[in-house]
Design a protein. Structure first.
Length: 165
C-alpha cells in the first residue's frame, strides 16, 4: 500500500522538473527577443551596458496613426518620451510627447500629426525641468554613459506580426 508521503514526494519531483524546464524555456525566449529588429536604436550597447543604463526606452514598430505605444521606459528622474519625425536620417520635427514618472513605465503618446506608412520615427528621452510640461528649450535630451542621446527608432507599418499571449 502506497503512503501519502510517497505520492507527495513524486509530485514534488515532477513539479520541480516542470518548473526548471519552464525557467530555461522562458530564459531562451526572452534572450532571443532582445535581438529583434523592433528594438533598434542609435547605439550598439552590450547586454551588460544596457542593464547598467538607468534611463532607457523600448518601442516597437507601430501601426500608422495618431498614437505611439511605448513598450517600456525607465527614468532615473521623471522625464518625457518625445516622438520625432525622421529628417535625412536624424530626428526632425516633434510630433508628440508624454510625461513619465521615475521608474519603469509603459504608456502611449498622442501625436499632433499622424505617422505615415513606411516612415521612420524616433522615441527620444528628455529631462523635465520639474514643471511636467514639455519645453524643447528647457527639457533637454538625455544621454547614456557614452554621451549618446538615448532614443530608439521605429517604423510606421501595417505589416506587424501580432504576438498573443
Amino acid at each position: 500500500m502506497e503512503t501519502n508521503e510517497g505520492i507527495k514526494s513524486w509530485q514534488w519531483i515532477v513539479t520541480a522538473i516542470v518548473i526548471m524546464i519552464l525557467i530555461v524555456l522562458g530564459y531562451y525566449m526572452l534572450k532571443g527577443n532582445n535581438n529583434t529588429p523592433n528594438n533598434t536604436g542609435n547605439t550598439d550597447l552590450t547586454e551588460e551596458e544596457v542593464s547598467n543604463e538607468i534611463n532607457r526606452v523600448m518601442v516597437s514598430d507601430q501601426y500608422p496613426g495618431n498614437v505611439v505605444l511605448i513598450s517600456s521606459v525607465q527614468f532615473e528622474k521623471p522625464g518625457f518620451v518625445v516622438i520625432h519625425e525622421d529628417k535625412d536620417g536624424m530626428p526632425g520635427d516633434i510630433i508628440g510627447s508624454t510625461y513619465f514618472d521615475k521608474g519603469i513605465n509603459t504608456g502611449k503618446i498622442m501625436l499632433t500629426k499622424n505617422t505615415v506608412e513606411g516612415n521612420i520615427y524616433y522615441a527620444m528621452l528628455h529631462s523635465d525641468n520639474s514643471d511636467k510640461v514639455f519645453d524643447f528649450n528647457a527639457d533637454l535630451p538625455l544621454k547614456n554613459a557614452k554621451g549618446d542621446i538615448i532614443m530608439k527608432t521605429f517604423r510606421a507599418t501595417s505589416d506587424i506580426t501580432e504576438i498573443k499571449g
